[in-house]
Design a protein around this ligand. Structure first.
Ligand code: GDP
Length: 325
């Protein structure tokens, strides 16, 4: 893997060395125990250099124009002097092992932009595993001097929640026309959105897009807002024609100004949630990996399957066995 010690890698990464960043990400994505130890050391030494970015989550159904938007948006903000990292949480990568999101071929000009860094979704057995690696990669990118981090996802609810939990602001891309039922958007995901973007507001769709903006603006008034300092907004844009893209960046800046200290509070709460999610994951891994527990599991699973034992009772027995082993 890497011939550098965690300290050397941290130093090169902080100096803005992209290869060091890529190596560091490979290290934190590795499941080998010795790499996990090095990754932990690396992250710990980099912590003081993290936190200096605008963290943006972004979601929308396949085909809505996420990569077209990220490319236009990324190129716009790098022209303003920012450095942007694009990460992804692909819930299907857990199943298929492959990943479409964050694919460089989807964002061709941005991937050649020296001030942009694109990383596809890590593969993983569980969404939790994919999420953890992306969170850590986000911290590495911040330490590497990227001051805007976009985390892209597409999914069935859980991955949106996971991404909203690691970012400051959540953007949801929609298509012109159609209610949320038609667009397959769940109310819970609408409630996560700080900014709804109606994309493809061009050509014949322009008028419909404007009406969609009005409809969603009305709808949002009936939804629970995540912050008392921010009423979610709806904007139309054409990512393809680069119209309305600069306005998105303005809204992001406005959001930051309006939220002020609340962003730090959000991050603190997210960090504590992360601590507990991580603890739960590790305890479960440890429990499942324990040889004597494994012997017991098959019988308990069978009893539960056959309806002989309520799952609550089986869980209790499993935990008692784990604690007393
Ligand atoms: P993703 O799957 O959400 O990443 O969507 P893509 O960015 O790959 O876009 C899907 C298709 O929609 C592509 O053919 C794009 O060229 C097209 N598209 C994206 N944005 C716009 C837009 O603003 N207007 C129009 N007319 N087409 C767009």
């Amino acid at each position: 893997m890497t011939r550098y010690s965690p300290e050397q890698l941290a130093e090169r990464l902080r100096d803005g060395d992209r290869r060091a960043l890529a190596q560091a990400i490979t290290l934190i994505e590795s499941t080998r125990p010795e790499h996990r130890v090095k990754a932990a050391q690396l992250l710990e030494s980099l912590m003081p250099s993290t936190g200096n970015s605008v963290r943006l989550g972004i979601s929308g159904v396949p085909g809505v124009g996420k990569s077209t938007f990220i490319e236009a948006f990324g190129n716009h903000i790098t022209q303003q002097g920012h450095r942007v990292a694009v990460l992804a949480v692909d819930p299907t990568s857990a199943l298929s092992g492959g990943s479409i999101l964050g694919d460089k071929t989807r964002m061709e000009t941005l991937s050649r932009n020296p001030n942009a860094f694109i990383r596809p979704s890590p593969a993983g057995k569980t969404l939790g595993g994919v999420t953890r690696r992306t969170r850590e990669t986000l911290l590495l990118c911040e330490a590497g001097g990227f001051d805007v981090v976009l985390v892209e996802t597409v999914g069935v609810g859980q991955s949106e929640t996971a991404v909203a939990e690691m970012t400051d602001m959540f953007l949801l891309l929609l298509l012109p026309g159609g209610g949320d039922e038609l667009q397959g958007i769940k109310r819970g995901i609408m409630e996560l959105a700080d900014l709804i973007l109606v994309n493809k507001a061009d050509g014949d769709s322009k008028v419909i897009a404007e009406r969609t903006v009005t409809d969603y603006t009305m709808a949002l008034h009936f939804l629970h807002s995540r912050s008392k300092n921010w009423q979610p907004r709806v904007q139309a844009l054409s990512a393809l024609n680069n119209q309305g893209v600069a306005d998105v960046w303005e809204t992001v800046n406005d959001f930051q100004a309006k939220l002020g200290d609340e962003i730090q509070h959000r991050r603190s709460a997210q960090a504590v949630n992360w601590l507990w999610a991580e603890t739960a994951d590790r305890l479960l891994d440890d429990l499942k990996g324990d040889a004597s527990v494994r012997k017991r599991v098959a019988g308990l699973e069978r009893d539960v399957t056959e309806g002989k034992l309520p799952p609550t009772v089986a869980a209790e027995q499993l935990i008692n066995h784990y604690k007393s082993r």
